[in-house]
Design a protein around this ligand. Structure first.
Ligand SMILES: Cc1cc2nc3c(=O)[nH]c(=O)nc-3n(C[C@H](O)[C@H](O)[C@H](O)COP(=O)(O)OP(=O)(O)OC[C@H]3O[C@@H](n4cnc5c(N)ncnc54)[C@H](O)[C@@H]3O)c2cc1C
Length: 509
């Protein structure tokens, strides 16, 4: 059997796998991505990129492509709970959403999953990824030196081997890699099963001209009293999500769509449908030896709230620089333990947030009792600060896993705050300067020299900025702050001579 070698093999070319390939490429590691489908997904699944995802995509160089992939209409979002598309609005999510522009320099994207995956695949290839469609991962075995993977070229019906130093399991909700690794799951399990029916209808007069329209419909005339109506990339194409029922016939589906829209005579054409599970399931660990879980392979959540695809993209962002640093010999392999330590607690909360949204928006009181009320949206999105991971804790004050994003601590393990620093040559905003490198902001006289010397010692890409004060980042005014390539604070302190040992700790050297 023919045999290839690669540093990183990625199984699955969905959002998580392609994001991982993109960020590894950005940090100089060429991966092989295998995907059993013939192309990226064409199904109308996730839509929308939150500002944190957009920050990552700006770093990857695809933010403009994502913004350009906006569907027709004004760049507005309609997201409401209503009795029908034409009926009473019960709650307007957009009108009641906090102003996220205080927490991030990026505005949300509205691209569909299909267009996002295409943009990611193109960018990952530009950055050196070898994406092989119609190729499935059949089996794998790992030992202390690497992972031996057996792949099947589906077009040629030929088996071959790839020897990889590391594997990323991005094989989605139905993936089998985690199970084969003996990784169990926990969570509330299967919540409900839904059918998504894509249909063509001219709803322009009632839908308004927002580029993205979502109606969470609560109506006793619907199965289980609820459904979701979502716009697509095409003005006259819509998706109606309803509780699944294998006995339902065409007339039953038609009646549900008409109830959702609120027009008993609506004329429409059904194009296709898929049935899928809403579940709440988190892997017990996100790493087993040389294999890492990302995306739905690691955490499955119902789609209510739109964070599943976002979490998948962000997994690749947060893992990419770490894996690249280890593969390139700039960091010790223990750095990779932080993938589980940092991502699992966060995605657990996101899964529960989406389940709590499902309970509220689809009126499922039993589920609501189990998962509680959804956490404040801005806190869930911007307030996470890891308790453990690749950073040097500074023992300052009370340490919380979710902070109020309006009063960020800026402590190691948290996002570097979206704040303006008084730079020597004008104001600087660290979150606008993110890129595939570490950053140092320092008010100490010898801070830049210390940072450059430490970067040279470790062979790291690092940008150092002298500022008049780092107080806006929550640090002592005269201090120094070290920021990781994913925008998380790695260390802060008074003496820049401590930067070198801090980097040594972060990189597990
Ligand atoms: C109807 C629907 C609506 C949704 N709406 C939203 C939303 O609005 N916002 C949001 O953020 N999220 C949404 N989601 C969730 C989002 O689509 C997923 O979270 C996201 O696709 C996860 O990406 P992934 O890369 O982890 O998995 P996937 O996209 O499932 O990709 C996994 C890939 O791995 C491949 N694969 C599996 N096993 C193998 C193997 N052995 N060999 C080779 N290839 C393999 C599969 O073919 C698949 O292409 C929605 C999901 C659905 C179903």
């Amino acid at each position: 059997m023919q045999s290839d070698r690669t540093d990183v093999l990625i199984v699955g070319a969905g959002l998580a796998g392609l994001s991982s390939a993109m960020f590894l490429g950005l940090h100089g590691v060429h991966s092989v991505v295998v995907e059993r489908r013939r192309s990226t997904s064409t199904l109308p699944k996730a839509r929308g990129q939150n500002p944190i995802t957009m920050e990552a995509l700006r770093v990857a160089g695809v933010a403009e492509a994502i913004h350009a992939a906006i569907p027709p209409g004004r760049p507005n979002i309609t997201s409401v709970v209503s009795e029908s598309m034409t009926g009473r609005v019960i709650h307007d999510h957009v009108a009641n959403r906090p102003d996220f522009s205080r927490f991030s320099p990026e505005r949300p994207g509205m691209a569909s999953q299909a267009k996002t995956e295409r943009a990611f695949a193109a960018r990952a290839r530009e950055l050196g990824a070898d994406i092989r469609f119609e190729t499935s991962c059949e089996s794998f075995e790992q030992d202390a030196d690497g992972v031996q993977v057996v792949l099947r070229s589906l077009a040629a019906d030929r088996l071959y081997r790839v020897s990889a130093r590391y594997v990323i399991a991005a094989d989605g909700i139905r993936g089998t890699l985690a199970r084969k690794l003996g990784i169990g799951t926990h969570g509330h399990g299967l919540l409900t099963t839904a059918t998504a029916v894509r249909f063509r209808a001219d709803l322009s007069k009632i839908a308004g001209d927002s580029a993205m329209v979502v109606h969470y419909i609560q109506n006793p005339g619907l199965p289980d009293g609820a459904g979701v109506l979502v716009s697509t990339d095409y003005r006259n194409e819509w998706v109606a999500n309803m509780s699944a029922d294998p006995e339902r016939d065409e007339a039953g589906t038609a009646e549900i769509i008409r109830t959702m829209v609120g027009l008993p005579d609506l004329d429409f054409e059904v194009l296709d449908s898929i049935t899928y599970d809403y579940a709440h399931r988190i892997a017990d660990r996100f790493r087993e030896g040389r294999v890492f879980l990302v995306g739905d392979a690691a955490h499955v959540m119902p789609p209510t709230g739109g964070q599943g695809g976002n979490a998948a993209v962000q997994d690749g962002y947060y893992l990419g620089w770490k894996l690249a640093a280890v593969v390139q010999g700039r960091a010790g392999p223990e750095l990779l333990d932080s993938h589980d330590a940092e991502r699992r607690p966060y995605t657990e909360v996101v899964c529960t947030w989406q389940a709590a949204n499902l309970a509220e928006r689809r009126n499922m009181p039993g589920l609501g009792e189990r998962v509680g009320k959804p956490m404040d949206h801005a806190t869930m999105m911007f307030g996470y600060a890891s308790l453990e991971g690749a950073f040097v804790p500074d023992g300052s004050g009370e340490v919380r896993e979710f902070e109020n994003p309006a009063t960020p601590s800026g402590r190691p393990g948290a996002r570097v705050p979206y704040a303006e620093l008084p730079g020597i040559e004008g104001p600087l905003q660290p979150r606008k300067l993110l890129g595939p490198y570490f950053m140092v902001f320092t008010a100490a006289r010898n801070g830049v020299a210390a940072a450059e010397s430490a970067a040279k010692d470790f062979g790291l890409a690092l940008k150092a900025y002298r500022v008049a004060s780092v107080q806006p980042l929550g640090a002592e005014p005269e201090g120094t702050v070290l920021v990781r390539p994913d925008g998380v604070v790695a260390w802060r302190g008074a003496d820049p001579a401590d930067l070198e040992p801090a980097l040594r700790t972060v990189l597990c050297r």
